[in-house]
Write a protein that binds this ligand. Structure first.
Ligand SMILES: Cc1cc2nc3c(=O)[nH]c(=O)nc-3n(C[C@H](O)[C@H](O)[C@H](O)COP(=O)(O)OP(=O)(O)OC[C@H]3O[C@@H](n4cnc5c(N)ncnc54)[C@H](O)[C@@H]3O)c2cc1C
Length: 376
């Protein structure tokens, strides 16, 4: 059978692309190498700004917690509590969250095949042949939603110069008292690791504790053990421990060819300050499906996808990259500043849920830290 679009990878970017296309009656195949639902190493923070792109999809049944408060520390010292008194981030288990979107895609009419790793992609005439370990499929258009080390991006000749960070996470079974104390609250520590941060996130009956950095050569396992000790969680049972690469977003690149494009991590769309990737995975999936819809209806070209991502995602991530370059080398100074001017941290949270932009934060940094040199 020939498909209009084959989407490779059933994370949020792929599942949401497939869902939107299937809703519009296109013949869509979603291929996933793992058996679904699949585990994904992730903090599971899904910012409330996803609401603006998921439309009428109701996430209520898959939300483990709603975050209203953050405690920021610098190298485990000087806590600054920022209470928003209203949710700004959902917490989700990625196996449930991603599979929920896959089920939506299936219900909308997409064909989903899991345990099916794509091993090759070849173009002939005006179509692609997609080879899995078991079968060969043909398609008019191909979407690479296959994550940070995307085979599809490689085959399309895209994303050659992507840079990576890395994050390592443990899911802990903490005691009841700690779980209750942590409900609705996240802890973020910068200063304990260069160019990154540590986190404690509540996830229903567990806690996600992790460290991530955009710098090379750091032993994350050791850093995480120290962080877990400082958080008083050394006695907690470890349910899972896993690390994964993070693409560093913020640079404009070509994200499509004539008949193919990349979304989510495969397109390098992770916020270089916060590490947030789920929102950008969903947003790029939505943009991809809109452009594919036009092209399949005989209007325009896939180049519009790269333009839209540049305008609607990368302009913002570029600012995030600038802020990260200013913030990470000076976390100590910044933390002192934040303790006097909590509104800067509030602004950061407003960016997370979509009420403000990195432009606003960038301007605040410029105004407050004039001794630093800023380049746009
Ligand atoms: C430790 C850690 C913590 C994080 N915490 C957060 C957080 O709290 N909030 C947040 O917003 N972001 C977080 N991120 C980033 C976030 O996880 C990613 O940005 C997000 O998963 C990107 O979604 P995606 O659909 O593009 O890719 P993925 O979720 O990586 O999905 C890609 C899929 O493609 C499949 N695949 C790969 N190759 C093939 C192939 N050849 N054939 C078929 N299938 C294939 C994979 O199995 C996978 O299911 C974190 C990342 C890490 C590493």
């Amino acid at each position: 059978m020939k498909f209009d679009v084959i989407v490779v990878g059933a994370g949020p970017s792929g599942a949401f692309t497939a869902y939107n296309l299937a809703k519009n009656d296109y013949q869509v195949l979603l291929l996933e190498k793992e058996s679904l639902p699949r585990y994904k190493s992730c903090g599971g923070a899904v910012s409330l700004k996803v609401k603006e792109i998921i439309g009428d999809i109701d996430l209520n049944n898959i939300i483990e917690d709603e975050v209203t408060k953050v405690v920021f520390t610098h190298n485990f010292q000087q806590p600054i509590d920022i209470d928003f008194y209203k949710p700004f981030t959902y917490m989700a288990m990625r196996d449930k969250f991603d599979n929920f979107l896959v089920k939506k895609a299936k219900k909308a009419g997409a064909k989903v095949i899991d345990s099916s790793q794509v091993v090759d992609l070849t173009r002939y005439d005006n179509q692609y042949r997609v080879k899995t370990e078991q079968e060969i499929f043909t398609t008019e258009y191909i979407v690479g939603a296959d994550g940070v080390k995307s085979l599809i991006a490689k085959k399309l000749g895209l994303m050659n110069d992507l840079e990576y960070g890395v994050a390592y996470e443990k899911e802990l079974k903490a005691g009841e008292e700690r779980l209750v104390m942590q409900r609705g609250i996240i802890h973020l520590d910068y200063g304990m690791i260069a160019d990154g941060y540590g986190w404690v996130f509540p996830k229903g009956n567990n806690l996600s504790v992790g460290v991530g950095t955009f710098k090379d050569g750091i032993s994350l396992k050791k850093k995480l053990d120290v962080y877990i000790k400082e958080e008083g969680l050394s006695d907690s049972q470890v349910i899972r421990a896993k690390g994964h690469l993070l693409p560093i977003g913020g640079d404009k690149r070509q994200l499509n060819t004539e008949l193919g494009l990349v979304v989510g991590d495969a397109a390098g769309l992770v916020d270089p300050l916060s590490g947030e990737g789920i929102f950008y995975a969903l947003k790029s999936g939505l943009l991809a499906s809109q452009v594919l819809d036009s092209v399949l209806s005989g209007r325009g070209s896939l180049d519009e996808y790269t333009e839209l991502v540049n305008q609607q995602i990368l302009t913002e991530l570029k600012k995030a990259k600038l802020v990260s370059k200013i913030f990470f080398p000076f976390t100590k100074v910044a933390h002192k500043l934040f303790s006097k001017k909590e509104w800067i941290l509030k602004q950061l949270i407003k960016i997370i849920y979509g009420e403000e932009s990195y432009d606003d934060l960038y301007s605040s940094f410029k105004a407050e830290l004039p001794f630093l040199r800023f380049k746009s």
